[in-house]
Design a protein around this ligand. Structure first.
Ligand SMILES: [Zn+2]
Length: 285
């Protein structure tokens, strides 16, 4: 198994409450259970997200409601430390929310990177995980947090950068949490079997959407932590209503899709043909 024996630190950095749940919820819970330190940075409170049920929130208090949902999800995943940055959800390109002065997508890069560097230098993570360069599906905040995390990973070990933000620290690896094309194809098949509308996922069968299955460096089996992961998803009630893809297939099928989480190693370049089964596999202890 090559599981590392000494306690290590996993830091996940995302844009919105709920970004952590599907792609990394299992690895957060699993590593906490193994005695490692886990931490989650969420850059916004998701002020512009869905409201699955008007009884849960309104557009004015959605950020506040989602902050509590995130805290509940982090508890469900036994996240050791949750840090919420004070940026605002940017919504989609071309909307007024996207031009809001507090919008993450408009934020000064050095300001965001400086905050991430300070967190990295304080928590001293061995590995960091964030979105890929397309942010999974192109949300402007996902792309922004990807860029800032990559910049912070590069800067945190450099003693000439952000000199007021703590002692330099070099995390050993930067990963992207990715969603392989095959997962979307399986999801589409499950919707079809259950007589549900597949239009949201139709492109995955014919096109090159999703992360290529042969460019993955780690498959993490989180099947022992499906209840925690399911609880985390369900904590995000405003986002996880009856229309959510996972709620349109039987619970057991949805959980089956969540049994594996996938990582791409962005830095440093991994050995050829590596397939980690653990985020800390092969690190110096
Ligand atoms: Zn998001």
């Amino acid at each position: 198994m090559n599981q590392s024996t000494s306690p290590k630190t996993l830091l996940a950095i995302f844009a919105h409450p709920d970004d952590e749940a599907f792609g990394t919820g299992g690895m957060l819970a699993l590593n906490a259970s193994r005695g490692h330190t886990t931490a989650l940075v969420t850059a916004t409170r998701g002020e512009v997200g869905e409201i699955s049920d008007p009884n849960l929130a309104d557009p004015e208090n959605l950020g506040q409601v989602r902050e509590q949902e995130l805290r509940n999800a982090a508890d469900a995943l036994s996240v050791g430390e949750l840090v919420i940055l004070n940026y605002r959800d940017s919504g989609m390109d071309g909307t007024d929310d996207n031009k809001h002065p507090q919008a993450l997508a408009q934020a000064d890069a050095d300001e965001v990177v400086g905050q991430l560097v300070a967190i990295i230098r304080r928590l001293k993570p061995d590995v960091i995980v964030t979105f890929d360069e397309n942010g999974g599906y192109g949300h402007p905040d996902h792309i922004a947090i990807h860029k800032h995390t990559v910049a912070a990973y590069d800067a945190s070990g450099d003693s000439s950068r952000f000199v007021d933000e703590g002692e330099p620290w070099n995390p050993q690896r930067l990963y992207y949490a990715v969603f392989p094309r095959s997962t979307f194809v399986r999801m589409r098949a499950l919707l079809e079997e259950n007589g549900e509308d597949t239009s949201e996922l139709d492109g995955f069968e014919e096109n090159d959407l999703g992360w290529p299955d042969d460019v993955i460096h780690g498959v993490i089996d989180v099947s022992g932590f499906l209840d925690a992961k399911w609880a985390a998803l369900n904590s995000h009630k405003t986002q996880f209503g009856p229309d959510h893809l996972f709620n349109r297939i039987p619970v057991e099928s949805a959980k089956t899709l969540m049994r594996q989480e996938y990582i791409f190693q962005a830095a440093p370049e991994p050995p050829e043909d590596v397939t980690y089964s653990d985020v800390f596999e092969g690190l110096d202890s």
